[in-house]
Design a protein around this ligand. Structure first.
Ligand SMILES: [Zn+2]
Ligand SMILES: [Zn+2]
Length: 305
């Protein structure tokens, strides 16, 4: 079998509380780490100290804010100040839905490096060399979005047995085929598709931010390796959840089931739950592969094949 380099993809839950922090839970922030690159999803108050605890460093290329409720962005000024204090020279890009106050937020800190704010709307795609971030709309009462992190496709599997059958021996001809070009063996031409399977999907992580359950999240999360969904409240407070634009644990689980994701992690837990076990239990009745995030939880997202 052709050896494909394994690239570590990790999700670090820096803050897992909703609305206000508790002793055990800091405000929302999630770090995605992939092959030396790190991006931040939301940046609640206290995020930079949580990053220190996880020893992530602060060399982050971009930050994606789901919406401009204060529990999701108040960590930005402090983090940017520290970056500036440590003489950062690389540009930082902050993405988020429309908010008029962003410029003031940055001016307040007066960083000595470039900070760009890029306004996003549903359907936007931010492209990186090895992955993309897609923006989708959610239902939270104010302008709010979720983000789909998705790696680009990987090359298909190389069938060594088939290659041997066709008279190919390991060596430079393998490389040529992997690069998509045909090779000649004796008087026969071997095409890449003779020995290389179809391209394989990259890994997909979906962060829904704050939202009521909505079909938009189901569509965005379709077949994801990991769905990170808020579960602010337990099912018995469903009506209240509806009033305040949040989801219950069982509603989040229904979204995961509909989207046929591999794994669901609940976050944005209301400060009223010192123990989140009831949330976990109600969600697992609907979607078995559920867990509840805790601060500093690190999750690896493996390849499926
Ligand atoms: Zn929130
Ligand atoms: Zn909110």
């Amino acid at each position: 079998m052709h050896h494909v380099a394994v690239i570590m993809l990790k999700v670090l839950f820096l803050g897992t509380s909703g609305s206000m922090p508790t002793i055990a839970r800091s405000l929302p922030s999630i770090l995605i780490k992939r092959d030396g690159e790190a991006i931040l999803l939301d940046c609640g108050e206290g995020t930079q100290r949580q990053m220190m605890r996880c020893r992530t460093g602060i060399n982050i290329s971009s930050i994606f804010i789901s919406h401009w409720h204060a529990d999701h962005f108040l960590g930005l000024p402090g983090l940017i100040h520290t970056m500036s204090f440590l003489n950062r020279s690389d540009k930082l890009t902050v993405y988020g839905p429309r908010w008029g106050g962003v410029a003031n937020l940055f001016a307040l800190v007066n960083p000595q490096f470039q900070v760009d704010f890029v306004e996003v709307s549903p359907g936007d795609v931010i492209d990186h060399p090895s992955f993309s971030i897609k923006v989708f709309g959610v239902n939270h009462g104010i302008s709010a979005c979720g983000y789909v992190f998705e790696e680009h496709e990987r090359p298909g599997k190389f069938d060594r047995e088939k290659a041997q059958e066709l008279g190919l021996n390991p060596g430079p001809l393998y490389k040529t085929l992997q690069n998509g070009a045909p090779v000649r063996v004796g008087n026969r031409i071997v095409l890449p598709e003779h020995v290389i399977g179809p391209k394989r999907l990259g890994r997909k992580i979906v962060y829904a931010g704050d939202t009521r359950p909505t079909e938009d999240v189901v569509r965005a999360a379709e077949n994801a390796d990991l769905l990170i969904h808020e579960a602010t409240l337990a099912g018995e407070l469903k009506e209240y959840a509806d009033n305040v634009g949040h989801s219950t644990a069982s509603e989040a689980a229904q979204i995961a089931r509909k989207a046929r994701v591999v794994k669901l992690i609940l976050t944005h837990i209301s400060s009223r739950y010192a123990n989140a076990t009831p949330l976990l239990e109600e969600a697992r009745l609907i979607f078995r592969k559920t867990s509840v995030a805790e601060d500093l939880l690190q999750v690896e997202v493996p390849y499926r094949d």
